[in-house]
Design a protein around this ligand. Sequence first.
Ligand code: SF4
Length: 114
Amino acid sequence: MHPHIPIKNDPKPFFAKVPELKNQPKASLRVVDKCDWCEDRRAQGFADPACVANCFGKALVFGDRNDPESRVAKLIAAEKTVVLFPDLGTKPQVLYIAPDPAVFRAAELQINDE
Ligand code: SF4
């Protein structure tokens, strides 16, 4: 939640699905914030965003894709990557290493692009 921007809409329609909202004064409710790559955290000297630093599976890699020596640039160069909903034209900056269809076939699972 954004620390400063309050919601504008009436929260009552959401009480049934999110009952914990009922006890919150409207003035205390905040809008959902957009990912900013943990700008504040990195300004404090941390190299990685919180989600990258805390991913125990080390599934997330953060870095400057324009720096050819960065791990993220090397991964992009070496792997086939995809973005979510490229047709929306939002130029996503989160890339996913495309799944290997053979792995899914071996597990008898389907992936979206097959
Ligand atoms: S924790 Fe991850 S998803 Fe959340 S703001 Fe930081 S970089 Fe974005």
